[in-house]
Design a protein around this ligand. Structure first.
Ligand code: NAP
Ligand code: GDP
Length: 329
């Protein structure tokens, strides 16, 4: 049957990766384009999804049978810490408009993208899907986290009252080509790649926030893209699925900075600002047990060093047009 898959946020880090995988995997394969499928990758220029009328027009234009809902106001620790209300409100509006329009238009399936920061700050590790609502999220990003957490509540309510097939994915920290490389507001990986590039170019120190001790799990955007395509085609349950590498693949910000120094061929060393207040959450290790039990334990994640190299190469080759903010030194 003909499917029209609308990817909201289709021009961002994750959306571009889904587009890449759909175009580059063999047609008809598990992650490649299937016969009769049309994929639409929408940006905020196609519709500002904070606006119900623009959202309605986007759905009327494309009449999607399926939606991968990625669109969000997204930022790293420091952007989230500074703009809690904006992250809460923009994301609540976007999510409410997308889900309610999908319900009204009888969209067959919606997968919304959450984040591991929805989990409680104080909870037994590893994070697993049933722990989302067991306590308040970390204070640094409670606006974004509450807006995203509410999507799981909405999914259950839409299913129970109206029978909608809405579900969600919970990725860990993502990186890859087309990321936002803004120096101040981006996530740690793209911000540090950009900072290291400028340090090498200008002969200035490579400064890393915090003390380097926090741990994170990083997933390559093109691996994550495959997992979204799997979830779209092969997973029909309201409960979320954590999309993550293994727990043993947690790495410290210190080791991340060292890897970036290497891949960017920086002559100096990373210097830590050492403000403990800038560390954010110590760690948020997530289990991929549910994912692997469903998709198959032979799913291959790209080795971290290979993915980092591809990301750095993309950044260097696309510096003029990449999202780098206004802060070029
Ligand atoms: P991104 O690169 O910043 O892209 C955001 C996308 O959302 C862009 O396509 C943007 O459109 C669109 N968008 C933003 N505001 C919009 C609005 N008001 N109306 C319509 N579209 C709007 O973000 P990303 O990293 O790909 O994130 C995708 C999803 O993954 C998000 O839901 C995010 O919460 C989640 N996530 C990300 C990470 C991470 O580390 N990056 C980790 C966990 C979860 P324009 O191109 O027009 O601006
Ligand atoms: P989080 O995983 O939601 O906390 O978001 P980030 O991707 O922003 O990662 C934040 C972690 O990276 C914290 O431990 C920060 O102290 C550390 N970090 C170090 N330097 C930077 C930087 O330049 N930008 C960002 N966003 N984080 C940094």
């Amino acid at each position: 049957m003909a499917a029209v898959v609308l990817v909201t946020g289709g021009t961002g880090l994750v959306g571009k990766a889904i587009e890449y995988v759909i175009e580059h995997e063999p047609a008809g394969s598990r992650f490649g384009k299937k016969p009769g499928e049309t994929w639409i990758f929408a940006s905020s220029r196609d519709a500002d999804l904070r606006d119900p009328e623009e959202t309605r027009k986007l759905f009327e234009k494309y009449k999607p049978t399926h939606v991968i809902h990625l669109a969000a106001l997204v930022g790293g620790l420091f952007a989230n810490r500074e703009r809690k209300m904006t992250f809460l409100r923009d994301n609540m509006l976007i999510n409410d408009n997308v889900l309610h329009t999908a319900y009204l238009q009888k969209t067959q399936k919606v997968i919304s993208c959450l984040s591991t920061c929805v989990f409680p700050d104080k909870v037994e590790y590893p994070l697993t899907e049933e722990k989302v609502h067991l306590g308040p999220p970390h204070s640094s990003n409670f606006g974004y986290a509450h807006a995203k957490r509410m999507v799981d509540v909405q999914n259950h309510a839409y299913k129970e009252e109206f029978g909608c097939n809405f579900t969600s994915a919970i990725p860990t920290n993502v990186f890859g080509p087309h990321d936002n490389f803004d120096l101040k507001h981006a996530h740690v990986m793209p911000a540090l790649i950009h900072k290291c590039f400028l340090a090498q170019k200008n002969g200035t120190p490579f400064k890393v926030m915090g003390d380097g001790s926090p741990l994170r799990q990083f997933i390559y955007s093109r691996d994550l893209a495959k997992l979204f395509i799997w979830q779209l085609r092969e997973y029909d349950d309201v409960e979320p699925v954590i999309l993550s590498v293994d727990e043993k693949d947690e790495i410290s910000i210190r080791d991340l900075a060292t890897s970036i120094v290497k891949v960017m061929k920086f002559d100096g060393k990373a210097e830590f600002e050492n403000e403990a207040n800038d560390n954010g959450q110590d760690r948020k290790p997530a289990s991929n047990e549910k994912l692997l039990s469903l998709i198959g334990r032979d799913f291959k994640f790209t080795p971290f060093d290979v993915a980092l190299q591809e990301t750095a190469t993309w950044f260097l080759e696309n510096y003029a047009n990449a999202r780098t903010g206004q802060n070029h030194a």
